[in-house]
Design a protein around this ligand. Structure first.
Ligand code: NOJ
Length: 717
């Protein structure tokens, strides 16, 4: 981050004048006051007790909209901090702006499905533009928790099951939010969360324990954080969970040894909401003093909401349980970020104009590229003159399209499917909301149209924080509706608005075409209608496996091979895994169809044998492939490159994504896609964190999804 060094002298000067209490105030992040305690809160600001404010109320704030931001009120608090507190240090305002502000973009899992880093970066730049215009300095994004269990409600917030894809998204989001200088107008500070392992919560139950070996941690869970840090993320939020019995909140190993010493993080760490005082509930601390001592000494700089630093730290320093230097270091890290955000130069929010129209256009583009076409048996796109029967519980739905973690968007500004379809149709759209149709009348009505479109899915209320589910199937009334529509003999198109992968067995078979639209944000309905009518061509691919049945969870593509049966459930021997069901994915990682017809050529590598020493000293080699669009539509294809390290000192995954490129290929055209591989792509981390590339053979796969068998072998000798 630029400007970093210039601030150190000024920070020294500030710290030397602060009382211990004022220092502790900088480490304290209370939440926004309500009308009842606003005056008392202002007094706390005046006394230097408020370093930062969480601009929402409640532990799971992202589940509910809480009314807009009062810029005047926050400016008034800032004025008190700057003009009336003794230190004059400005407050840092943080809010959960997770996938949109007034304009809501698709849930992050869906944005990941776009495999389009530029578009993700642009989306987060728009998001920063809108939120910073209302005084938000800092957002608790990106959420980088690798997740393999769709029962976990928070799977919506993250990048899915792959560390390479997660790392690409981390970089794009941080760049979009912060730009090259977060103090510039329209930029916000990023916060990489939840460090680390939260997505591995056992049984998908939120806040639950995790069991992660150092080997898995290094290779699966840490890379996205490393990527966010390298991209310049200046804050990190520690995770609620424990890892194998060690709460992250109080772990010096995770918060200092790995995060700072190994990953090179130089910013500050904020706790998750009330996580410091919860150390007592987790049974590793006796009381608030213990919690405070353990967390701060572990490397946790700012205490979100529970106020225990404020309550206990002064005494802990006086009694020598926490050193003054430790407090000073935490204050220094926080002040540095405040300088980086430019708060000492310009602490107030001056609301200006933001171009919502352009942001909505981008939100539509993002939604369109996030949509994954799962099935199409010659039915899509339909003609505008087709008579459409539109049914299902999501035809009038607005709120769920915006998804969870949506504080500032407006359902009333969100077109629903009925409106979006009618706006394009010339043949007419007749619609029946819900699933409770009279049997005879629904059949007759559907029979009199050319095609039925069913809009189905899950409510936003069963996704997000503290919203895990044990059943990831569509509700029985929805499956009944699908069966009825099927029985008409007419073509049936399904559109699924979901926050997570759902159980697909018994669902996909009943559709002629199936569109996964996620909780796709403010413009998803119009993006879906464009795709249904052929005004746009789908190009999303799955960032997470869609299972046949929930009983197959966890199911993810980058498993290590077992001795028997070889390759196990994701591969061809899956039939041997269970005697009672086939656990292969219904739709694998990286899967998604197009209206275009992409034909891959052969993989070309001019240097299939390379000396190990050359690779070690930075030599790279190229792998290319021609992709021809033999279809009738122009379209974008995501070419995916996977490797398999055939022989290594530790077991390596049967495939690992190591490159992807999204390219526009016009009909009739051929595009050559080039990937560059080298030391950074061929290695892995040992349990002790050491990165190694081991000589030997590597299969390099290139194709349309993780099941591709198109490969060449490269040898590093
Ligand atoms: C708890 C959530 O885990 C975290 O993601 C969020 O940023 C904080 N609450 C603040 O709302």
């Amino acid at each position: 981050m630029n400007k970093m060094k210039d601030f150190e002298k000024q920070i020294d000067g500030i710290i030397s004048k602060l009382s211990l209490k004022e220092k502790i105030g900088q480490l304290n992040q209370p939440e926004t006051p309500t009308a009842d305690n606003a005056e008392e809160f202002k007094e706390r600001v005046r006394n230097g007790e408020v370093g930062s404010i969480l601009m929402s109320v409640g532990a799971t704030a992202g589940n509910d909209a809480q009314g807009g931001i009062s810029v005047e009120f926050y400016n008034e608090l800032q004025r008190i901090a700057v003009e009336e507190s003794k230190s004059g240090i400005p407050i840092l305002f943080g809010r959960d702006v997770i996938h949109g502000h007034r304009t809501v973009f698709p849930i992050p899992l869906a944005m990941t499905a776009s495999f389009n880093e530029e578009l993700v970066e642009q989306s987060y730049s728009d998001i920063a533009d809108e939120a910073s215009n209302e005084g938000v300095h800092w957002t608790f994004t990106p959420m980088l928790d690798l997740a393999r269990d769709p029962r976990w409600g928070r799977v919506i917030e993250g990048p899915g099951e792959d560390p390479f894809l997660g790392s690409a998204m981390a970089k794009a989001i941080v760049k979009g939010l912060q730009g090259d200088d977060p103090s510039k107008k329209g930029k916000m500070l990023a916060c990489a969360k939840h460090y680390v392992g939260y997505g591995a919560s056992e049984s998908g139950i939120d806040y639950h324990r995790t069991e992660i070996s150092d080997y898995s941690l290094n290779n699966y869970y840490l890379p996205a954080f490393k990527s966010a840090i390298d991209a310049g993320a200046v804050t990190v939020m520690s995770a609620f969970n424990d890892i194998s019995g060690q709460p992250v909140t109080s772990s010096r190993y995770y918060l200092t040894d790995i995060l700072r010493k190994r990953l090179g993080f130089g910013g500050f760490v904020v706790s998750d909401y009330d996580a410091v005082c919860q150390l007592a509930k987790q049974g590793v601390a006796e009381d608030d003093s213990d919690c405070t001592e353990m967390a701060l000494n572990a490397g946790l700089d700012m205490d979100m909401h529970d106020g225990v630093y404020m309550k206990c730290l002064e005494k802990l320093v006086e009694t020598g349980r926490v050193k003054m230097e430790t407090v000073d270091e935490a204050v220094r890290r926080i002040l540095r970020v405040k300088f980086q955000k430019g708060l000492f130069e310009d602490p107030y929010c001056k609301k200006g104009a933001v171009d919502i129209e352009i942001h909505r256009m981008h939100a539509k583009e993002m939604a369109a590229e996030s949509i994954v076409l799962l099935k199409n048996e010659g039915v899509l796109p339909i003609k505008k003159s087709d008579r459409v029967a539109l049914a299902g519980p999501f035809i009038h739905e607005r709120r769920s399209l915006l998804g969870s973690w949506m504080l500032d968007g407006k359902p009333e500004e969100t077109p629903n499917m009925c409106e979006a379809m009618k706006a394009k149709s010339t043949g007419g759209v007749t619609s029946v909301n819900g699933t409770d149709l009279g049997w005879d009348s629904s059949l007759k009505w559907m029979c009199n149209t050319d095609v039925t479109v069913l809009c189905l899915g899950e409510s936003w209320t069963s996704t997000g924080e503290h919203r895990s589910v044990s059943n990831i199937a569509l509700t029985p009334d929805q499956t009944m509706l699908i069966e009825r529509a099927r029985s008409t003999g007419k073509k049936v198109i399904g559109v699924l608005f979901c926050g997570r992968p759902i159980e697909m067995q018994g669902i996909a078979d009943n559709f002629d075409a199936l569109i996964y639209a996620w909780h796709g944000g403010s413009e998803v309905a119009s993006a879906v209608a464009d795709i249904i009518y052929g005004d746009n061509v789908p190009s999303g691919k799955l960032p997470i496996t869609i299972p046949r049945k929930a009983t197959h969870i966890p199911i993810y593509y980058n498993i290590t091979p077992s001795g028997r049966p070889v390759d196990c459930y994701y591969g061809e021997n899956a039939g041997e895994c269970y005697v009672d069901s086939l656990p292969t994915p219904y739709y694998p990682f990286g899967y998604g169809l197009s209206y275009a017809k992409f034909v891959y050529g052969d993989i070309v590598c001019k240097e299939p044998e390379i000396a190990f020493d050359d690779i070690k000293s930075g030599k790279k080699f190229e792998v290319t492939i021609d992709i021809t669009n033999e279809g009738d539509f122009d379209g974008k294809e995501v070419a995916e490159l996977y490797i398999r390290d055939k022989l290594a000192s530790m077991m390596r995954p049967i495939k690992e994504l190591k490159g992807f490129k999204k390219v526009l290929i016009k009909k009739g055209e051929t595009v050559t896609v080039t990937f560059t591989l080298g030391y950074d792509e061929l290695g892995f981390f040992l349990p002790n964190g050491e990165y190694v590339v081991e000589p030997g053979k590597f299969d390099v796969y290139l194709g349309e999804n993780c099941l591709t068998e198109r490969k060449i072998t490269v040898e590093i000798k």
